[in-house]
Write a protein that binds this ligand. Structure first.
Ligand SMILES: Nc1ncnc2c1ncn2[C@@H]1O[C@H](COP(=O)(O)OP(=O)(O)OP(=O)(O)O)[C@@H](O)[C@H]1O
Length: 276
């Protein structure tokens, strides 16, 4: 199925090769605060297809997290429309359509890794045998086999983030929403996790929406990159990242990769001009 998206951003028409799972139209969000209203999102038109890996990139405060939180039903838009898997975000949340991964692992320190992963399954009322099966399956998926009985503080930061990805995957969501999950980690660990995430994505075919500040990370991981501009956050440009699925780390030195990275950098610079 091919879907044509009309977007006010640069690169106005986008051909999606899969059915749309997230669709926003004229999405707006104004936070009411004690001082003055904060216009966080303005006129966001975005369609994300099933199985895509889409990164949101933009300067601090441009609304990346807010957009992810709207998709996740953690914030309510003040204008426009949004559908997630053909449902409202609220219905999608109730249907456990997505798993959410935060910048910091958000694991409970008093529970073992296995019990952290099992927690949402307990809340869902899934029986112990199935919980144990899913814990083992997802530990293996993020290369943490044998670490289930450890506590979070016994694991490195990178391993803790992998455990939170396993927890998000355990509810078997169609989608992963990831808010700068590797932002607090050093470069080498981040490179390694980027490689692992890419393999995981290729294996599971989940739709991923990924917030990052890093241009190389966005280009390395994504099928499309949404470049946002600040105050109020809007989409400046959507860039295709047509590097194929097989992406070893040294792809980052190729002319194709560097050309896309330059386009993203130019987009971020031009987006800043909105502020002036
Ligand atoms: N609950 C809230 N109440 C009021 N203002 C808010 C709230 N949440 C976010 N904001 C404001 O909305 C704007 C967008 O914030 P958001 O966290 O989405 O940006 P971001 O692009 O994710 O930033 P960063 O890259 O620094 O994480 C900012 O100006 C922020 O201060």
């Amino acid at each position: 199925m091919t879907v044509l998206e009309a977007s006010p951003a640069i690169g106005t028409e986008v051909q999606l090769s899969s059915e749309p799972v997230i669709e926003t139209r004229n999405l707006d969000l104004v936070f009411q605060t004690a001082d003055a209203p904060v216009h966080a999102l303005s006129d966001i038109d975005l369609t994300i297809g099933k199985g895509e890996f889409v990164s949101l990139i933009g300067p601090s405060g441009c609304g990346k997290t807010t957009l992810l939180r709207v998709i996740a039903d953690l914030e309510q838009p003040t204008g426009g429309t949004i559908s997630v898997n053909g449902m409202t975000p609220h219905e999608a949340r109730e249907n456990r359509a997505y798993g959410y991964v935060f910048q910091h692992s958000a694991l409970f320190p008093w529970r073992t890794i296995a019990k952290n992963i099992a927690l949402p399954l307990e809340v869902m009322g899934i029986d112990k045998a199935e919980r144990d099966r899913r814990v083992e399956e997802n530990l293996a998926l993020v290369d943490l086999k044998g670490f289930g009985r450890k506590f979070p503080w016994q694991l490195s930061g990178g391993m803790q983030q992998r455990a939170s990805i396993a927890r998000a995957l355990a509810v078997q969501p169609d989608m992963l929403l990831m808010d700068e999950p590797f932002g607090a980690l050093d470069e080498i660990v981040r490179d390694h996790l980027n490689e692992q995430l890419l393999k995981l994505w290729a294996r599971t075919k989940k739709t991923v929406v990924f917030v990052t500040h890093s241009i190389p990370e966005a280009v390395f991981l994504s099928t499309r990159i949404v470049v946002m501009s600040p105050r109020p956050g809007r989409i400046h440009e959507i860039i295709d990242c047509d590097l194929g699925e097989d992406r070893p780390l040294d792809i980052r030195e190729t002319p194709e990769f560097l050309a896309i990275a330059q386009r993203v950098r130019d987009g971020l610079r031009a987006g800043h001009a909105y502020d002036e």
